[in-house]
Design a protein. Structure first.
Length: 418
């Protein structure tokens, strides 16, 4: 087979479903069937497929230019998008560096954090080359991003020798509404690690409030507020990877909005371009940005992917953010959350270990992997596209999904686990 599929054993995989077109929350298959996409094509198609407003913006941009480099040239879509991201992101994130995917956005954040310290040229600043990350984290599939993924789930042993060695702390427990006591234990572990390792640590990276692909671990904003204080005390930068949580997924525009804190660096991807093209934005505070201002060219930020700030991607992102505001997606996400809370939380059955909902994310955690075997076909036969992984059957629908479509997704999960 010429086409090599992701995360797939090519020898034994079943033939994938052929999609002929898509619109709204619906995938239209070549055989005429229609499936409600319950997972927004890995969580990025936030306004649904084939949105006429974004389609029109693309046509308009294409007639002007589809791409020019940002090295030595500039253009309005990139400048306008940077201004817009600064305006809507947490107070203090005033600078935007574009990249071409979520993983690359994370790589940029890691490099930025390390070079930030190097550029200080103070005693010890060159030793800060490691990153503290959470167990159960997922930050992408490129080498640097993989190095801060959970060491087991992130296959560190398979790629040992290639991956840089990072420092891991247990992920916060107790869920979104966890008690101060739950949070306290995890914070003590983080404090211990910082006491021991701050000398060599550039940054602490987290997926705020929701560790997504590493196992849908929801946790309390308190943990992040306290972690912020610990990082500040140890001269360690804080990076929020909002590739999955950004643009409404946890109920607020950014998960950071529920914490009241501003990270030093924040990464956006996926929903940034609404599923129309790959792109990412790595945002930084003045403190980070100013460490790169110098008469010494070697202190410039050493990164520059070919497609950074691609005009089409920037135009798409700008139009997507305008739609998000004009069509009040946050209100719709609140309604989706209410339906998911009612339907997903009431799913019971022998195979169910836990159910949880946050914003437009609903998860049924099974007791073992075997109890999810066949659920993808079962859902497809009933007109729903689900793609569970490990022990998690979940929905992260496009925000344009109708109540009726969302209930259908919940019906499928309910019947499967009954
Ligand atoms: C939190 C997080 N960071 C980074 C990534 C990587 O993004 P991409 O797949 O666009 O490289 C993902 C993808 O799932 C993610 O969930």
């Amino acid at each position: 087979m010429s086409l090599w599929y992701p995360y797939a054993q090519m020898k034994t995989m079943s033939p994938p479903l052929e999609v002929a077109s898509a619109s709204g929350a619906v995938l239209k298959l070549a055989d005429g069937r229609e499936l409600i996409d319950a997972i927004s094509s890995w969580w990025c198609v936030i306004h649904g497929y084939n949105h006429p407003v974004i389609n029109a913006a693309i046509t308009e941009q294409m007639s002007q230019m589809s791409h020019v480099m940002l090295g030595g040239l500039t253009h309005e879509p990139a400048r306008k998008l940077a201004d817009k991201l600064v305006a809507i992101s947490p107070e203090g994130l005033n600078h935007v560096f574009f990249g071409d995917s979520g993983s690359v956005g994370v790589e940029i954040a890691l490099k930025m954090a390390i070079q930030y310290h190097k550029n200080q040229d103070t005693p010890g600043s060159h030793a800060k080359t490691q990153i503290i990350a959470l167990k159960k984290a997922y930050h992408g599939d490129t080498i640097g991003a993989m190095s801060v993924c959970d060491p087991v789930e992130g296959m560190h042993s398979l790629f040992s020798g290639l991956l840089p060695q990072q420092i891991f702390v247990p992920s916060p427990i107790g869920g979104f509404d966890s008690t101060a006591e739950d949070t306290q234990d995890n914070l003590m572990l983080l404090a211990d690690t910082l006491n021991k390792c701050a000398r060599t640590t550039a940054a602490f990276i987290v997926e705020p409030l929701m560790q997504a692909a590493g196992g849908f671990n929801f946790y309390s904003p308190d943990y992040l507020r306290e972690a912020r204080k610990l990082c500040d005390a140890h001269n360690v930068l804080m990076i929020f990877d909002e590739v999955a949580t950004g643009f409404g997924r946890t109920g607020s525009l950014f998960a950071a909005d529920q914490t009241g804190i501003t990270p030093d660096i924040m990464v956006l991807g996926k929903g940034l371009t609404a599923g129309y093209s790959g792109h990412s934005a790595t945002l930084a505070t003045d403190r980070v940005y100013e460490a790169f201002l110098s008469d010494d060219p070697a202190k410039s930020f050493m990164h520059g992917p070919t497609f950074m700030g691609n005009p089409m991607a920037c135009k798409i992102a700008l139009t997507s953010i305008e739609l998000f505001e004009a069509e009040n997606r946050l209100a719709r996400i609140g309604q989706i959350e209410a339906i998911l809370k009612k339907r997903i939380r009431s799913i019971t059955g022998q195979a169910v270990k836990d159910t949880r909902v946050l914003g437009a994310t609903g998860v049924v955690e099974a007791k073992d992997k075997a109890s999810l075997k066949g659920i993808q076909d079962f859902a497809a036969e009933r007109g729903v596209w689900l793609r569970p992984f490990e022990t998690y059957a979940y929905t992260m629908p496009p925000y344009v999904i109708s109540d009726e479509q969302l209930h259908k997704v919940c019906d499928v999960l309910e019947v499967w686990f009954a």
